[in-house]
Design a protein around this ligand. Structure first.
Ligand code: 5GP
Length: 124
């Protein structure tokens, strides 16, 4: 069983312009926008424009151009938001699937920063 992309997910609707978003950065293959329920002063979601469910799906099936564009966009967002590791730093999170408690089934990297973020995981 392979990856199955649902074109009606909320980020697909954002990409089609059916739902508004607060865009931080748009490139050929990538969109970055502010999370609607920010968990930190900086909370940006970076998504590819292509139909990828999760990071592992993207890593397996995206083109090199998409991967380079997406990765550079993450770096650019960090620079634009002032949260690079040589400054205050940040956290990248990409939830995937059931155990990862992924809510929206379109790859997104959360870029979180603007305050100390605590340890990576809560105890199970
Ligand atoms: P996940 O749990 O899938 O990793 O995270 C999904 C994220 O998408 C959540 O942080 C949630 O606040 C955000 N989100 C859900 N719906 C919308 C929306 O319509 N617009 C924006 N900007 N963010 C959304």
């Amino acid at each position: 069983m392979g990856y199955s992309y649902d074109p009606e997910n909320i980020f697909a609707k954002i990409l089609r312009g059916e739902i508004p978003n607060q865009t931080v950065l748009e490139t050929e293959h990538t969109l970055a926008f502010r999370d609607i329920q920010p968990q930190a002063p900086v909370h940006v979601l970076v998504i590819p424009k292509g139909p990828y469910v999760s990071y592992d799906h993207f890593a397996q099936e995206a083109s090199e151009a998409e991967i380079v564009d997406f990765t550079r966009a993450v770096g650019k967002v960090c620079e634009m938001e002032g949260v690079e590791a040589h400054g205050p730093g940040c956290r990248f999170i990409s939830n995937a699937g059931t155990h990862g408690v992924q809510e929206v089934p379109h790859l997104h990297v959360h870029v979180l920063g603007g305050r100390p973020l605590g340890r990576m995981l809560n105890p199970a």
